[in-house]
Write a protein that binds this ligand. Structure first.
Ligand code: PLP
Length: 360
């Protein structure tokens, strides 16, 4: 078996013990004579898997009792639509920080549903920097403020969130479980699973009770959060395999020390890669100012596009994949989520040093 260091932005690397355990029990799940994906979602074994995954998320993120954790289909993208449909009543507007590709997409869907106001647009800084959260002028009457905690493509990450009584709704798809969040500032947090939590196919939505009261009865059943919450996300057949894998990934995270350990490891990985850039700062350039740099998606440029192509190709030969920047921005990007071993970041930092020496 040879696994390489996979720096893909998502789907992405998952913890090896999780993959191995899933493989070992795939054909016959715990002596039930069938795999977990072949049994009824109403069966006792699946019910345990489902509720354990939910409980672990609450435990690891220290989610208070007045929030409900839900597993939903349609990825984080479906949440872009469901959020305004449920939480943006007619006659009220919501505020948005548009900080990159994902903030733009969330905004575009909300603008189709109701009244929106952009209180920060990163256009002037090419979506490569973030303002001080205390400078955001949130409308005190806004239904909510939408933010994207980490822009996966631009490689920027909010380190703090504004102090406001308006509920913040935050897309935490690409830094979920990598840091503790001040949960009570948020009306809702949501994430597609396929970065820090498991495979693609499920989104995790964490919604505060008072927002749940806004869900309009007029919505079709699946699109209404109040359909899913009281049924523990079992209103219809849930995405059983992704949820099973999320549960295993959460168990693994707990075993290595939980979210605080994840933060510590994330800082180590990011320190190694940003450090490699700094060491060869005449060769590598990070387009993001230090204060806004993501420690999940690290973007960098080399002196020419040709060198970038060679860097990506030679890194692959050296056992490191997924380093090409998103097609919309080019350059290079190393996505270093919770499951990326520090050894992977070290290997990349070493490779960056060697490559700069050879080509600088
Ligand atoms: C921050 C962020 N939000 C939303 C999405 C969209 O997620 P999905 O593909 O699960 O709909 C992504 C996907 O990469 C993302 O990085």
């Amino acid at each position: 078996m040879s696994r390489i260091f996979n720096f893909s932005a998502g789907p992405c690397t998952l913890p090896l013990p999780v993959i191995e355990e899933a493989a070992a029990e795939f054909v016959d799940y715990k002596d039930n004579g069938m795999s977990i994906i072949e049994m009824s979602h109403r069966s006792k074994p699946y019910d345990e898997v489902h509720h354990e995954a939910m409980t672990l998320i609450s435990e690891l993120l220290e989610i208070p009792d007045n929030y409900k954790v839900m597993f939903l289909g349609g990825g984080a993208t479906m949440q872009f639509a469901m959020i305004p449909m449920n939480f943006l009543p007619a006659g009220q507007s919501c505020d948005f920080t548009v900080t990159g590709t994902w903030g733009k997409k969330a905004y575009a869907d909300a603008a189709k549903v109701g009244d929106t106001r952009v209180i920060f647009d990163g256009k002037d800084v090419n979506y490569l920097d973030l303002p001080d959260p205390s400078s955001l002028e949130v409308d005190p009457n806004a239904a909510y403020l939408h933010m994207t905690s980490n822009e996966t493509i631009g490689g920027i990450q909010w380190k703090k969130f504004p102090d406001t009584d308006v509920p913040i709704i935050c897309d935490i798809s690409s830094d979920f479980m990598s840091r503790k969040m001040p949960i009570d500032k948020f009306g809702m947090l949501y994430a597609g699973a396929q970065k820090n939590a498991g495979p693609a196919g499920v989104a995790i939505a964490i919604v505060r009770d008072d927002l749940m009261e806004r869900c309009p009865d007029t919505l079709p059943a699946y699109l209404n959060y109040s359909t899913h919450a009281p049924k523990d996300s079992m209103y219809n057949t849930p995405p059983v395999f992704p949820i099973y894998m999320v549960g295993k990934t959460m168990k693994w995270l707990k075993s290595i020390g939980g979210v605080d350990a994840a933060t510590d490891l994330a800082n180590q990985r990011a320190g190694l890669i940003y450090g490699a850039m700094e060491k060869d700062s005449g060769f590598y350039k990070c387009p993001v100012p230090e204060a806004a740099r993501s420690n999940m998606n690290i973007v960098f440029r080399l002196p020419t596009e040709d060198l970038e192509k060679r860097f990506i190709a030679e890194a692959l030969e050296a056992g490191m994949s997924g380093l090409k920047g998103h097609r919309s921005v080019g350059g290079c990007r190393a996505s270093v989520y919770n499951s990326m071993p520090v050894a992977g970041a070290q290997a990349l930092a070493d490779f960056m040093g060697d490559f700069a020496t050879k080509n600088g």
